[in-house]
Design a protein around this ligand. Structure first.
Ligand SMILES: Cc1cc2nc3c(=O)[nH]c(=O)nc-3n(C[C@H](O)[C@H](O)[C@H](O)COP(=O)(O)O)c2cc1C
Length: 253
């Protein structure tokens, strides 16, 4: 079986954030399971503009056409290259951070536009979600719920850190006004073990899904082979980018 690639997305706009600590721990958990490579996508320091609702992606059946005007192309590249995903966000107003919402809007809309005529690609990525916030009941569950719904809408599967706990890994500063970065483990002893367990489960399930698709290759609909094993979406994205680059070249000459 090919190595599986688990991508950790960190939705905090701050460098060395508490969210980053948890996502990194989840990726360590993923690595424990064997033949796994990991990548980190940090939104901190990146420019990800909001979706303008121009519907150009829709008209052209393409990924967001403005993805090279800011750092959005990196989100597409890493997202499409992932077999499994860990998505982490700080709690912002009982939900995800603005920068992560911008990325999700433009990713979801672009992929929907690209594939709507042919049926959505059968991504079947395995995802896990995590969050942390200031409040003890600060909106962590709403935040996780949004991210779970996002993964499902994108034709993926979701796994939790374990049964009977939460639907993702959670951290909390227990209503203390802690504003420092990277200190969640000092205030919440559960945050890192939960993150690690989450990463481990995402990697295990990713490997199970991939092995299953390989074993049942001749019996399953062609889309599983195309998108899950051959990773057609990566090729589609590379082609669309080449087309965009050659148009830019023509526009300059
Ligand atoms: C705009 C904004 C909104 C926030 N809203 C909430 C909230 O609704 N609930 C909560 O528990 N914490 C809230 N917080 C606190 C953050 O979740 C907390 O500072 C978190 O540790 C930041 O994560 P980071 O270190 O990954 O950037 C908010 C912080 C900001 C900046």
């Amino acid at each position: 079986m090919a190595k599986v690639n688990i991508v950790g997305i960190v939705g905090s706009p701050r460098h060395h954030s508490n969210t980053e600590v948890m996502v990194r721990e989840a990726l360590e958990g993923a690595k424990e399971t064997g033949d796994v490579e990991t990548q980190l996508l940090l939104l901190a320091g990146k420019k990800i503009n909001p979706c303008l609702s121009c519907f150009k992606c829709n008209e052209k059946r393409d990924f967001c056409i403005f993805r090279f005007k800011d750092d959005m192309h990196e989100v597409y590249e890493k997202y499409l290259a992932a077999d499994g995903l860990i998505i982490g966000s700080p709690v912002y107003h009982l939900s995800i951070s603005g920068i992560l919402k911008n990325a999700i809007d433009r990713l979801g809309q672009g992929l929907n536009s690209k594939y709507r005529a042919t049926g959505r690609p059968w991504f079947a990525k395995v995802g896990g979600v995590l969050t942390q916030g200031m409040g003890r009941f600060g909106g962590q569950e709403y935040t996780l719920q949004f991210l779970v719904s996002h993964l499902l809408l994108m034709n993926n599967m979701v796994v939790a850190p374990g049964m009977g706990d939460a639907i993702g890994a959670i951290g909390s500063f227990n209503n203390q006004a802690i504003r420092q970065v990277g200190v969640i483990a000092e205030y919440d002893v559960e945050a890192l073990p939960q993150s690690r367990a989450l990463g481990k489960r995402v990697a295990e399930l990713t490997r199970i899904v991939r092995t299953g698709a390989e074993t049942l290759k001749d019996e399953l609909p062609e889309e599983y082979n195309k998108y899950l094993l051959q990773r057609q979406a990566i090729t589609d994205y590379a082609r669309a980018t080449q087309k965009w680059e050659s148009k830019q070249g023509k526009a300059l000459s």
